[in-house]
Design a binder for this molecule. Structure first.
Ligand SMILES: Cc1cc2nc3c(=O)[nH]c(=O)nc-3n(C[C@H](O)[C@H](O)[C@H](O)COP(=O)(O)O)c2cc1C
Ligand SMILES: [Fe+2]
Ligand SMILES: [Fe+2]
Length: 379
């Protein structure tokens, strides 16, 4: 890729991406310089890293000047440094979609020149051609992707992105890409499928996302395979996620027991998550990944313990569907968690609930052990 140069930045110190996702390996905001007779910069970066980004551009430009800044996505982790860029290179024309143009003003960005592009429009840099592909609702409405015709490279905006600095998890793209996908794009499976279909008409030798590494070769094929599964809401793995929210530990104990029973019965893959303590985004990811789930929660004020409520509400928001779910509740006087979990699950599409709900009264009884045996046989 001698016409495409990386000018993005790592943000290793970031703790919470989008103020909610733990990023133990930091984050990166990717940006690329595309060099024809004229030069285009692909996207800016978060305000946290403006100076470093401008420095990288200057180094890559040598004594040349950029003609275009392509904005594929207006979310501030990518548009945050546009104003600084315009200030430094005022002769640059911004290239973006019509919806992005509206957002420019909303974010207080008033560039001297904007060129709005639509589906299949072409930008000729002289020897290098960029073609624009609209990608609305991945995961904002103004998003577009860009195909570099000569290099057969797809700039995919946030699609195919992941958490972590650029070189994090060199050998395992899927783990943090999956957590990123289901939490950030999960709700938008249909638009993701549409754009995957559109870009399948192009020969793609590399994907350059806005977060995470460039995908080429086998890793590129694997990423497309996984995105096809994920965007269809099909389970990726035949297995069970046991998710629990327990005030004093008895429900957690039941969840551990369920996981143990499932393993003993030869269930291929069992994951367990403590919704009060573990990473909620990872629990969401695992729920989508697995074909089945068991939800276990304490009753709380004639409702369900809030961490479980939050989990199921988030799953509903993200479009969780077409899965088999078993319910285990605990209550000391009038158990209500099961009813509330069922009500939340019933708002989701095509969920099969395994009957009956198992009710624990404070701590596991011998009857409960037998009920859990029966329940796990049905999973
Ligand atoms: C603030 C609070 C509210 C509770 N509300 C209910 C309730 O509405 N109905 C009920 O049966 N138990 C209720 N409980 C009792 C717990 O649900 C019960 O002791 C718990 O399920 C035991 O399991 P655990 O050890 O996993 O928390 C409540 C407990 C607390 C601390
Ligand atoms: Fe985004
Ligand atoms: Fe992003």
């Amino acid at each position: 890729m001698n016409t495409i140069h990386y000018v993005g930045v790592d943000d290793a110190e970031l703790q919470l991406f989008e103020s909610q996702y733990a990023v133990p390996d930091g984050m990166c905001y990717n940006s690329y310089l595309v060099e024809g007779e004229q030069i285009a910069i692909m996207d800016s970066v978060d305000t946290r890293k403006t100076d470093e980004w401008l420095y990288n551009i200057q180094q890559a430009l040598r004594d040349r000047k950029p003609s275009y800044l392509v904005i594929q996505h207006m979310e501030p982790d990518h548009s945050g440094s546009v104003n600084a860029f315009i200030h430094k290179y005022p002769q640059t024309t911004i290239i973006c979609s019509a919806k992005a143009q509206v957002m420019l003003a909303q974010f207080g960005i008033t560039p001297p020149a904007v060129q709005v592009v639509k589906e299949n429009d072409i930008l000729d840099l002289g020897g290098v051609t960029l073609r624009f592909i609209m990608a609305p609702m991945i995961h904002w409405p103004e998003v577009m992707m860009t195909y570099c015709v000569q290099e057969k490279v797809l700039f995919s905006a946030d699609a195919f992105g992941k958490f972590g600095v650029y070189h994090a998890d060199e050998d395992d793209w899927a783990c943090e890409a999956r957590r990123y996908y289901f939490n950030i794009c999960g709700k938008y499976g249909a638009p993701v499928s549409i754009v995957l279909k559109k870009v399948s008409a192009f020969t793609i030798e590399a994907i350059c996302p806005l977060h995470g590494p460039v995908l080429e070769g086998e890793r590129l094929q694997e990423a497309i395979r996984l995105y096809t599964i994920w965007s269809s809401y099909e389970p990726e793995t035949d297995g069970v996620l046991v998710a629990h929210a327990s005030i004093h530990g008895h429900t957690a104990q039941a969840a551990e027991k369920i996981a143990e029973m499932l393993r003993t019965k030869g269930c291929k893959k069992v994951a367990i998550t403590d919704l009060c303590r573990d990473d909620m985004a990872e629990a969401i990811e695992d729920a989508f990944r697995m074909s089945k789930m068991v939800v276990c929660a304490s009753s709380y004020d004639n409702n369900v313990f809030p961490p479980m409520h939050m989990f199921l509400w988030k799953l509903q928001q993200k479009g969780y569907q077409s899965r088999t779910v078993a319910i285990v509740e605990n209550g000391s006087w009038a158990p209500s968690a099961g009813r509330e979990m069922r009500a939340l699950l019933e708002t989701m599409k095509n969920i099969t609930i395994i009957e009956p709900i198992v009710t624990i009264r404070s701590s596991l009884s011998q009857d409960n052990y037998n009920q859990l045996e029966t329940l796990t046989n049905l999973l």
